[in-house]
Design a protein around this ligand. Structure first.
Ligand code: PRX
Length: 649
């Protein structure tokens, strides 16, 4: 974040106390903070009791092998039973679980009973395909109900799922399938996007052709387009539809792996973040109930994330379904067939709780107030934000234009690694400030520390650390314990280093300032600079590449790349497009650089390390910082001149 932006934040002094009517009916009261402070483990013990356990635990937390945690030791449960069976048994089988809004505009209600039956059919089909507890299943699917069914069917039989965002390339999918040695891939023939059918299966075919672990590919027919077919392929409608709608679930250990979800780190290789069952589900359910104030009888909840990200895991699948929410899931994009699509969905399905990302909010602001104003949004009663820092201007717009100045906003800070919300205002309890995630929720402990690990005074800035274990914490990086310890636990021994900069204001509220490592946040998606650099240098014309995230008004950060071409390659008209397309093939369209600049040299220290800080200065049109440590201080002038030249072309 630039100095100027930081300065602006420090001058932000608007506060919004909870509305008394909202507070009177809120799920949680201030006493939760006191109870959790008094006895943190007892507090989580209480929260775990919102789940159904087949066997209760005999120890809340085993931290003896820190940083490898065990929560609810000895307990047994089934995540899918907690999300489905228990609601049906309690008489809520007819309640709508999912309101599926297709890209075409058709919509369909799926009750808890129907969802349970579908999950049982899918669980039976997976077992018939030879999937057993512990086997990994990759899921590469559009936002359709079958994606939720696939995840819960895996959970039901204890097969950890690894959902890969369907916007990732065949290569990105292949490396994730390989790393987890997935035995099955569940996908669809294609997906609907902006009125057209886009293929998905060809990427799976390409990925699987080199993945030895995969025995079958289970394919949902969504678009009806022609697909290539091989012996290992199986149609979902052949094996799932005909399977029995009954399935006897097994209870799994609280620490049984529930899923792996890959996320970018500071190296080129994505990390498989591992989550287990009991602690994860406890915190996902508790936070969804407390932070969104969910009332299962009356609310219609909508989280606009994709199931390919952790937000989709915790706040579409596990949290809301464990809490018996009625929720919208939407297949398409916000601007198709028109820019009011989201607001039309809110009106049509009477959405009362909306959870979305700052990048979307800023895009809506840019599109103009007339789009939301054309629809009746009066059913909304709470708004949430996640994925990146929300700037005060976007926060105020969200509150006034979408929330009609009535809805509390919860700015929720968390990560793939934390599994569930960690820092957020509690609606009806805590006041909110535009741009601040405020305080750790009850049961969570966080600090802002300086370089030496000392807690900063109010008004100070530094790094965000979590100084106590929490139930939904990652249990490790799949297959790489050492990387887990190095990445998160060695910078400040004994404490979890989140990789985010933060500031503590005079009232003790936390303001997140973005990543402090080589991870970019583009439209709320985490992408590492090294990942994009290695994609670029894998192109035959590129000798060297350096990538930085530059501040972007809409996407938070934009990817700016500097490349040095190989001797024999000349810069021609099509080069930039060719390189952008290459990155899309290697990683996915979300990682396409916003700008690619061909340069003769890169700024390096005498030891050969690229000084990204200087490149960021250039990319953000700032005057250059200290260049004295450069091996060749004239390099930056060359780059800046080249840029000025490019801008005037
Ligand atoms: O930098 C923080 C930012 O997103 C990162 C986590 O990304 P990911 O694992 O993809 O999970 C995103 C959804 C939980 C964090 O390290 N981030 C997330 N939420 C916020 C945020 N930054 C500021 N404010 C937030 N509310």
């Amino acid at each position: 974040m630039s100095e100027e932006a930081l300065e602006n934040l420090l001058h932000e002094d608007r506060t919004f106390p909870p509305d008394p009517d909202f507070a009177a009916a809120a799920n949680l009261s201030a006493s939760a903070y006191e109870a959790a402070t008094e006895d943190r483990l007892d507090f989580w013990d209480q929260q775990a009791q919102r789940l159904s356990w087949d066997q209760t635990w005999n120890q809340t937390l085993d931290w003896s092998a820190a940083p490898f945690a065990k929560w609810f030791v000895g307990g047994k449960l089934n995540a899918s039973v907690n999300c489905l069976d228990r609601h049906v048994s309690a008489g809520y089988g007819d309640q709508t679980a999912l309101i599926f809004e297709a890209e075409s505009g058709d919509s369909r209600h799926i009750s808890y009973r129907e969802l349970l039956e579908d999950v049982c059919r899918a669980a039976n089909a997976l077992e018939a395909l030879g999937i057993e507890a512990g086997d990994r299943v990759a899921i590469y699917m559009p936002m359709i109900p079958e994606a939720v069914v696939a995840m819960l069917a895996c959970a039901r039989i204890g097969a950890p799922h690894s959902v890969v965002f369907a916007g990732f390339s065949a290569e990105a999918l292949r490396s994730r399938i390989d790393d987890a040695a997935a035995k099955l891939v569940i996908t669809a023939d294609g997906q609907f996007r902006r009125g057209g059918a886009m293929p998905l299966k060809p990427a799976v075919d390409e990925a699987v052709s080199q993945a030895e672990s995969v025995e079958n590919v289970l394919v949902v027919r969504r678009t009806g387009s022609e697909v290539e077919w091989s012996e290992r392929d199986v149609w979902w409608h052949d094996v799932v539809a005909s399977a029995s709608p009954e399935h006897t679930p097994e209870a799994f250990d609280a620490e049984h792996p529930l899923f792996i979800l890959y996320t970018s780190g500071t190296t080129g290789k994505p990390k498989g973040i591992l989550h287990t069952t009991g602690g994860y589900l406890t915190q996902a359910a508790f936070t969804h109930w407390a932070v969104f104030d969910l009332k299962p009888e009356s609310d219609v909840y909508w989280c606009t994330a994709d199931i390919g990200w952790v937000t989709g895991h915790s706040y579409i699948v596990y949290g809301p379904l464990a809490n018996r929410a009625t929720q919208v899931i939407y297949e398409g994009t916000p601007d198709s067939p028109h820019r009011g699509r989201f607001w039309e969905i809110v009106e049509r399905h009477q959405v009362s709780i909306l959870y979305t990302a700052p990048t979307a909010i800023r895009t809506f602001m840019k599109w103009g107030d007339e789009h939301p104003k054309a629809f009746n949004l009066s059913t909304l009663r709470l708004l949430g934000s996640v994925g990146e820092p929300i700037n005060p201007e976007a926060w105020m717009w969200y509150r006034s234009i979408i929330g009609n100045d009535l809805c509390p906003i919860v700015d929720t800070w968390w990560q793939t690694e934390t599994g569930a919300i960690m820092i957020s205002p509690l609606p009806g309890v805590t006041e909110a400030k535009p741009g601040s995630a405020m305080r750790p929720i009850p049961g969570i402990s966080a600090e802002v520390v300086d370089d030496d690990g000392n807690a900063v005074e109010p008004g100070g800035g530094g790094y965000l650390v979590l100084d106590q274990p929490w139930p939904s914490m990652l249990r490790g990086i799949w297959g790489d314990d050492e990387r887990f310890v190095d990445t998160y636990w060695s910078r400040f021994p004994g404490r979890y280093f989140a990789g985010d900069g933060a500031k503590l204001d005079k009232d003790g509220a936390i303001w997140l300032l973005g990543r402090v490592d080589d991870v970019m946040n583009v439209s709320g998606h985490r992408i590492s600079t090294t990942e994009v650099e290695s994609a670029l240098v894998s192109h035959h014309k590129v000798a060297e590449a350096a990538v930085v995230g530059a501040t972007d008004d809409t996407t938070g950060q934009g990817i700016v790349s500097f490349v040095i071409l190989r001797g024999s390659s000349a810069e021609d008209d099509g080069l930039v497009d060719e390189l952008r397309a290459h990155v899309a093939t290697e990683i996915g369209p979300i990682a396409k650089p916003r700008q690619i600049l061909v340069v003769a040299e890169l700024p390096k220290t005498r030891s050969g390390k690229i000084m990204r800080r200087l490149l960021r200065d250039v990319a953000e049109n700032r005057s250059l910082g200290d260049v004295t440590t450069l091996a060749d201080p004239t390099v930056m002038n060359l780059i800046a001149d080249g840029l000025a030249q490019g801008a005037s072309d």
